[in-house]
Design a protein around this ligand. Structure first.
Ligand code: F6R
Length: 609
């Protein structure tokens, strides 16, 4: 994770670096730092915590440099202290670097090259890299960078300054995202285009250990051995929307309320008349109809939960076996996939390291790959054969809401699309599904406003609890799992989710007088089964909050509290049932005084495994 930025150009870079870092804070917010070169000497500022802490320190010192690098950290090696904050400087004072990624062989490198020679000042893997550069430097910076990077195993995007070449900013990109951007007032490196404050039409992506040297007016590229190479700007369109909370207290709440639009824009992007058409999906009818033997969905976190919903919709509408795998497990397991498999990768950021590695593995095994991604031009989108872009727009809150809803909508559409081709659904059913899909944003919109005050009230009953349980069956279990993740992620209340029928195999021993159990049970063939599980926990003193749809509101379940959402087809219910859970987590976290948009220990984009 971590975000890096660098600039060489006209004027003082520090204000720009700090602004850029604010736009990168979603990548980690444990500590931050910047460095520049003043009078041929490297100068550095670092602070624990948010960019605002660093900003105060830099403003006080008011340094001026036309070259600089900056970093916002999500700690991997070493705790989030000032000593471990980037930039790191070599003991000989020659090099300063910022790093995103993980050096897997840092301990071995320390033993082979540094022990007995250099006293380290941090516990980071990054310091090993800068010390190697200092050690290998004999007057040629590119050679020192190349030699040091050749020794590294792992992923690294680096921004580098060398005191002896105060007009040149260096960068390296190996399996961690790093863009080189030609700007109007100089040249930049950045983990994300949004960190660069000015318009440009020339953007390059550093890959496979490529090295770059930037001055105010030139950009040169080198291969990992240090030989010059030519590189061409990317065609992908890079754009950035300003972050603005509007009248909302938090981005998360704003994004919850943006869900009708996110789902509508997503659906509209592939609904042509009454047909589903995916412009970037290269799946031929005969593959879907005759060759395809199974679907594997791979993702992490909430995207994995979207995958669980997708599985049951795909199986129901396409009559094909589908499994859902956690990306970090899939990449190291026996994955029985081949050219008759469709591997679907779900990722909001399009950068999640495990999902990306799983995608590469699936390609190697010959599977057809399709990704459902929110960020245009991201690595997962670029490397997949086919892409469905969710149109949720930029999601700022670390806890996903609108991108999750857009993922669900995309999975429904994919299932209808493939079900139609496989003739697993007839024309009438296809039409009915499309019609209902079109109505979904309106149903979300209609209920979300009235749900908010109701869930705010309910959160008063929950926010002091130590534990909350979420249960459901089939699709409703996926929704319960998502609700539980949201709750623990932002409110830090210990919450657990279980398939409702599984409780009595152990977990029910935790239920006691007053334990809150949120039961998700939309209209389905297993409703009465979940109802029995609700009675079982109530018999042991649980207070049950039932989340169901309007058609089941008069059911025989006597939950302490019942929250309903509008009716829809059973395939699409998760999109509505998840809404109260998102809002409940939000208001509970708010009452607990949590930092809702930036929960502790997390980052929006998980680019390390
Ligand atoms: C939870 C959340 C995470 C992400 C997960 C995958 O609210 O946002 O669990 O869903 O880290 O991230 P992406 O979708 O970017 O691959």
């Amino acid at each position: 994770m971590c975000g890096i930025i660098g600039k060489v150009g006209v004027g003082n870079v520090f204000p720009e670096l700090l602004n850029g870092l604010k736009n990168l804070e979603y990548r980690g917010y444990d500590s931050a730092g910047v460095a520049g070169i003043i009078d041929n000497k490297i100068i550095r500022f670092r602070q624990e915590g948010r960019i605002s802490n660093l900003e105060a320190e830099v403003e006080k010192a008011s340094p001026e440099s036309f070259i600089g690098i900056g970093h916002t950290r999500w700690a991997t090696h070493g705790s989030p202290t000032k000593d471990n904050a980037h930039p790191h400087i070599s003991t000989n004072g020659k090099f300063a670097i910022v790093h995103n990624g993980i050096i897997e062989n840092s301990d071995e490198l320390k033993k082979s090259f540094l022990e007995g020679k250099i006293q380290l000042s941090s516990r980071t893997d990054t310091e090993i890299v800068v010390q190697l550069m200092g050690l290998f430097y004999k007057g040629d910076v590119i050679s020192a960078i190349s030699e040091a990077c050749k020794a590294l195993t792992g992923s690294f995007a680096l921004g580098i300054l060398c005191e002896d070449t105060p007009n040149i900013l260096y960068a390296v990109g190996q399996s961690s995202p790093l863009l080189v951007v030609k700007g109007k007032s100089g040249n930049y490196i950045a983990s994300d285009f949004c960190a660069v404050g000015e318009g440009t039409d020339e953007v390059y992506r550093l890959t496979d250990g490529e090295i770059c040297a930037l001055t105010e007016g030139s950009i040169r590229f080198f291969n990992p051995s240090g030989a010059p190479i030519e590189k061409f700007p990317e065609k992908a369109e890079f754009s950035c929307v300003a972050f603005d909370k509007g009248n909302y207290e938090h981005f998360m709440l704003k994004e919850i309320f943006e869900q009708p639009k996110a789902v509508k824009d997503t659906i509209n992007s592939f609904l042509k008349e009454n047909e589903i058409v995916f412009p970037n999906v290269k799946l031929y009818d005969n593959f879907i109809k005759e060759k395809l033997e199974k679907i594997v969905i791979v993702a992490c976190g909430s995207a994995y939960h979207a995958g669980l919903v997708g599985k049951s919709v795909l199986e129901s509408l396409c009559k094909i076996s589908c499994s859902v795998e956690i990306a970090s497990e899939f990449r190291y397991s026996q994955s029985f996939i081949n050219e008759k498999t469709l591997a679907v990768f779900i990722s909001q950021s399009g950068e999640t390291a495990d999902t990306l590695a799983a995608l590469r593995l699936a390609k190697k095994k010959g599977a057809k790959t399709l990704s459902i991604v929110n960020v245009t031009g991201s690595a997962i989108a670029e490397e997949s054969e086919s892409v469905i872009y969710t149109k949720a727009g930029r999601e700022v809150a670390v806890a996903t809401t609108k991108a999750y809803s857009a993922q669900l909508a995309s999975l429904y559409a994919l299932a209808i699309f493939m079900g139609g081709i496989r003739a697993a659904i007839d024309t009438e059913r296809y039409k009915r599904l499309v019609e209902e899909l079109r109505f979904l944003p309106e149903k979300i919109k209609r209920r979300i406003t009235t749900l908010a005050p109701q869930m705010e009230e309910l959160s008063k009953d929950i926010y002091k609890k130590r534990d909350v349980f979420f249960i459901g069956r089939l699709n409703d279990f996926a929704t319960a799992a998502e609700g539980s993740l949201k709750m623990k992620e932002i409110s830090y209340i210990n919450s657990q989710s279980y398939p409702a029928g599984e409780l009595k195999h152990g977990t029910i021993s935790l239920i006691e007088e007053g334990t809150v159990v949120v039961a998700v049970a939309g209209k389905s063939k297993v409703f009465s089964k979940t109802a029995s599980n609700i009675s079982e926990v109530q018999a042991r003193g649980a207070r049950v909050i039932l989340i169901t749809d309007e058609s089941e509101k008069d059911c025989k379940v006597t939950a302490e509290i019942t929250v309903t959402v509008p009716e829809t087809l059973k395939e699409f219910q998760s999109s509505l049932l998840v809404l109260p859970l998102q809002l409940l987590s939000y208001y509970t976290a708010k009452l607990r005084g949590c930092d809702i948009d930036k929960p502790k220990n997390l980052a929006k984009s998980v680019t390390v495994e």
